[in-house]
Write a protein that binds this ligand. Structure first.
Ligand SMILES: O=C(O)C1=C[C@@H](OP(=O)(O)O)[C@@H](O)[C@H](O)C1
Ligand SMILES: C=C(OP(=O)(O)O)C(=O)O
Length: 437
């Protein structure tokens, strides 16, 4: 069913909010708990469509998972060799993370599997994982052009490799490491720039023999994984929409509680501070082995910047929100080295450039980024192209628009951020849901 929003200038953002659990950690918690021996309890689990799809896949593979209460899962692990074949294809929905990590994990099984996804996922490149996995001995067939579905042949004998990844991607690194769990010997990955390290941290917590440092990881095959409880912190990428909204809506003073602050995720804070944002990191602490904090954000006048290349992977999912901030800043913000944005749920450079222009903001696209000239946002009709992060970023920008902004095709916000509309309205934004047909 098609779903639109009508967003308009709201009041200042005030009070305290808590956003849902981290998507990357929730996917991995289900996967590693399923492969462990014993029962793991996951709290703070993201009740999003992406992570629920991953849980359903493991149920199809014979793992019993109880939804004890909202945001809680009890996973009855089956051990490294306990998964069973599924008679039907495994549907990863909209989730690149789900499909790419599962490709590595299923390459080491004794049975065949087929991974499918929705229309958006079916357009996303999979050779970046199937090529290194083939070097390990995996047998995976893609559709033409290296696209899903993925047909994975079971029974392949995998060997560990030294993989020099050409792309800074936690999904690629993780796919190789997950296949490495089933490989003979050691599997090592080196990255061109460090990416999020949840796979490494969690595999260690589950008992794997793994060494890692920013930009590199190395694990021994055939470990014995033992159940542990996982607490999932709030997702920095979901907090990002509230951070930017509170920066740009005059008079705002908002606290976002319990936000995951893994340094491989917080590049947006660096970028916004360079732009003159007023963001305080309060009560830094550790929860479930991850740094978390309460962020207090007050409105300020933002200035354009050139986003430093080294923070790009640390804010890869935050660029749509940064584009919204740049549209409200004085001067021209320059983004480079972010070509990965073109292969996300949508081409996020093109999607944001088109939408911003429709709202009166001058944007020049480049192959690996954009130049965004801050200015007054008009009203109008824009399309999120079914991309959750584009939809939420445009809703934030609309808080500074002269007139109503109608945002098309927003249903996929449920993949990463169930309850966004209610939380946004509760904090002071103005967002109404409409069903055009
Ligand atoms: O490993 C992960 O959980 C993710 C890695 C990133 O993708 P890439 O690995 O393609 O950069 C990110 O964009 C995605 O939202 C989640
Ligand atoms: C890119 C994203 O996720 P995935 O790759 O898992 O679809 C995202 O959530 O922004």
């Amino acid at each position: 069913m098609s779903l639109d929003w009508i967003a308009r200038r709201g009041g200042p953002l005030r009070g305290r909010v808590r956003v849902p659990g981290d998507k990357s950690i929730s996917h991995r918690a289900i996967m590693f708990a399923a492969l462990a021996e014993g029962t793991s309890r996951i709290t703070g689990f993201l009740e999003g469509e992406d992570t629920r799809a991953t849980a359903r896949v493991f149920e199809q593979l014979g793992v019993r998972i109880e939804a004890a209460s909202p945001s809680e899962r009890i996973v009855h692990g089956v051990g490294l060799d306990g998964l069973r074949a599924s008679a039907s294809p495994l549907d990863c929905g909209n989730a690149g993370t789900g499909m790419r990590l599962l490709a590595g994990l299923l390459a080491g099984q004794s049975f065949d599997s087929v991974l499918v996804g929705d229309e958006s996922l079916s357009r996303r490149p999979m050779r970046r994982v199937t090529e290194p996995l083939a070097r390990m001995g995996a047998r995976i067939e893609t559709a033409d052009g290296g696209l899903p579905p993925l047909r994975i042949e079971g029974g392949a004998a995998l060997n560990g490799i030294d993989f020099d990844s050409p792309v800074a991607s936690a999904q690629v690194k993780s796919a190789v490491l997950l296949a490495g769990l089933y490989a003979d010997g050691r599997t090592s990955v080196v990255e061109p720039r460090p990416t999020r390290d949840y796979t490494e941290r969690m595999l260690r917590a589950f008992g794997a023999d793994i060494e890692f440092a920013p930009g590199r990881a190395s694990l021994m095959g055939r470990p014995r994984l033992r159940a542990v409880d996982v607490h999932v912190p709030s997702d920095f990428s979901s907090a990002a929409f509230f951070i930017v909204a509170a920066c740009v809506v005059p008079g705002s003073d908002l606290v976002i509680e319990g936000v995951g602050m893994n340094p491989r995720r917080t590049g947006l804070l660096d970028a916004l501070r360079l732009m003159g944002a007023d963001i305080e990191v309060g009560s830094p602490r550790e929860e479930g082995g991850e740094p978390v904090a309460d962020l207090r954000v007050r409105a300020s006048e933002l200035r354009a910047i050139e986003v430093p290349a080294e923070v790009v992977p640390d804010m890869i999912d935050e660029f749509p929100a940064l584009f919204a901030a740049a549209a409200c800043a004085t001067g021209t913000t320059v983004v480079r080295g972010a070509e990965e944005l073109r292969v996300k749920e949508s081409d996020r450079i093109a999607a944001m450039a088109t939408a911003l222009r429709a709202l009166g903001i001058a944007v020049t696209e480049t192959p690996d980024g954009a130049l965004i000239q801050g200015g007054q946002t008009h009203g109008g009709r824009v399309d999120s192209l079914g991309d959750h992060r584009i939809a939420m970023s445009l809703a934030v920008l609309a808080q500074r628009a002269e007139r109503d902004v109608s945002i098309g095709d927003v249903a996929n916000v449920a993949t990463s951020f169930p309850g966004f509309v209610e939380l946004a309205n509760g904090s002071g934004m103005a967002l109404a849901v409409s069903r055009p047909d």
